[in-house]
Design a protein around this ligand. Structure first.
Ligand code: NDP
Length: 483
């Protein structure tokens, strides 16, 4: 069985930490052994990153962009192979991985490759004297990934970091170790100097090595809210910069004038794509009471037609949940929803998939909830479980939509232009969609309000989070000495 190594200095590194197993969520079978990262290995990664930073930060931005551009081309050329790796590692349907996972990573590299050479400071005229600002890299950045979009997350962190002249040590989630390693090898092939993108493998303990290490200037993590809090607390000891991309329980509001077919499409996309394992999912669906019956009829009919199955089958719409533990957690929420009085309108059961008997499959599930106070309405489930609630007044639904500690995303479906913009102005969420949902091209900033995160990924906004500003005052005349 292939053993996945660490990747330090553009080379495989066997690692001396405790190795661990990597499972295919669709079958429950072990697919790889993975090298673990010991504190000594981590020091090697740091040493290598320090050397890498000297070389990389001295390169011209155009040259940095050229290498990122090449990496993006290599990703696209290997789309199918990498998509299959994501399917095997994360259990997501191949039809999604072929379309989204690799291309969104490649888009991100391409976008920041294009931006690298245009980064600049400002000139500030002081009437004789003047000042200028330099936008400088932070140094060694740590990237810590979640397991739902392993390759995309690695690219979303690496691309802006590297474009700005930083170097990165990246730790993928323990359960999805493969694609970050493949990305590192692609970077090597694209000409990235040694030490600019190192990959360490392991669990939270390795994550803690990153958040504690004084040589690391910044940590960018995608993960749960509680993990984000721990990362921020640990980073505070050395005042690291942090970007936190955390969980959500996002609302989708469907007004009575909405195109109901489009709205159904939006809520399905926002709940069942990647088995519901998407941070920005709109799992609280508020539908106007006057269109509730129509909406539910269409929604349930279309949801029942989804095929839950072997993720490598091109006909499959809904794949396997990431692990046994996570599967059990989602099933417990489904049981809890029923105990607390929500009506199970669709799904709710485990699915046995032929040829994937050891996998973790759950039917796309729709609850009709009598009120907002149920745990399935309030807590992030991170599986294919949607709750539908009803409302009658705009002000009321806005207040209910915002009544959550999360603030990652929100969606509004209506044909009324003014109402749409009024609603999104009032919604406490970092990412809002009007008449669509969960579309995240790299050009637009993405990130959360409230406990869903700090900082932004993608767009020009990410540049702010991977650079620091140096101000230089230039005296053009002799100093006036007051003493
Ligand atoms: P976790 O919070 O469990 O883990 C995220 C990463 O952090 C993993 O690599 C994990 O290691 C690591 N980690 C865990 N504890 C610590 C620690 N104390 N210090 C440093 N690193 C640590 O999240 P999941 O992987 O389970 O991902 C699901 C969560 O991610 C959901 O809440 C989801 O909403 C959120 N998410 C947010 C996104 C966003 O952009 N806002 C996008 C995608 C997901 P390991 O798992 O290997 O032990």
């Amino acid at each position: 069985m292939e053993k996945i190594p660490l990747y330090i200095d553009n080379q495989d590194n066997k690692g001396s930490g405790k190795s661990f197993k990597n499972y295919n969520p669709a079958t429950g079978e072990v697919i790889h052994e993975v090298s673990g990262t010991s504190p000594d290995d981590f020091e090697k990664a740091i040493h290598s990153a320090k050397q890498g930073f000297k070389v990389w930060s001295a390169k011209s931005p155009t040259e940095r962009g050229r290498i990122l551009q090449k990496a993006s081309q290599l990703l696209r050329a290997r789309n199918d192979e990498l998509a299959q790796i994501e399917v095997m590692d994360a259990g997501k349907p191949i039809r999604e991985a072929l379309e989204v996972d690799v291309t969104s990573g490649a888009d991100c590299l391409e976008y920041y490759a294009g931006i690298a050479a245009s980064l600049h400071g400002d000139h500030i005229d002081l009437g004789g004297d003047f000042a200028y600002t330099r936008r400088e890299p932070l140094g060694i950045c740590a990237g810590i990934g979640a397991w739902n979009y392993p390759l995309q997350i690695a690219c979303w962190k690496a691309a802006p970091a590297l474009a700005c002249g930083n170097v990165m040590i990246f730790k993928p989630a323990e359960v999805t170790p493969l694609s970050a390693y493949k990305l590192a090898k692609i970077f090597t092939e694209a000409g990235l100097p040694d030490g600019v993108f190192n990959v360490v493998q392991g669990d939270a303990e390795v994550g803690q090595m990153m958040t504690k290490h004084p040589a690391i200037a910044k940590v960018s993590i995608t993960g749960e809210v509680d993990t984000g809090k721990k990362v921020m607390a640990a980073s505070a000891a050395t005042l690291k910069h942090v970007t936190l991309e955390l969980g959500g329980k996002s609302p989708i509001v469907i007004f009575e004038d909405a195109d109901l077919d489009e709205a159904v499409h939006g809520v399905m996309l926002g709940n069942f794509y990647t088995q519901g394992e998407i941070c920005s999912n709109g799992t609280r669906v508020f539908v106007h009471a006057s269109v509730k019956e129509d909406f539910l009829d269409k929604l349930i009919q279309r949801t029942r037609a989804l095929k839950v199955g072997d993720p490598s089958d091109p006909d499959t719409h809904v794949g396997a949940l990431i692990s046994k533990d996570h599967f059990e957690k989602v099933m417990q929420y489904i049981a809890l929803g029923q105990e607390q009085g929500a009506e199970l309108a669709c799904g709710g059961k485990q699915v046995e998939v032929k040829g994937c008997e050891g996998g973790y499959f759950i039917e796309p599930t729709i609850f009709i909830a009598p009120e907002d106070n149920l745990r399935i309405v309030k807590e992030e489930i991170f599986g294919p479980v949607m709750t539908v609630l009803t409302f009658t007044e705009e002000e009321e639904v806005l207040q209910r939509a915002n009544n959550t500690p999360f603030g990652l995303a929100a969606g509004v479906f209506t044909r009324d232009l003014r109402r749409a913009h009024r609603m999104v102005a009032g919604l406490e969420a970092g990412m809002c969609w009007i008449n669509t949902f969960n579309i995240n091209p790299v050009e637009i900033p993405f990130g959360g309000y409230k406990q869903s995160g700090i900082g932004r990924e993608n767009g020009l906004a990410a540049i702010e989070h991977y650079t620091q500003l140096k101000t230089v005052y230039v005296a053009m005349d002799k100093m006036v000495n007051p003493f």
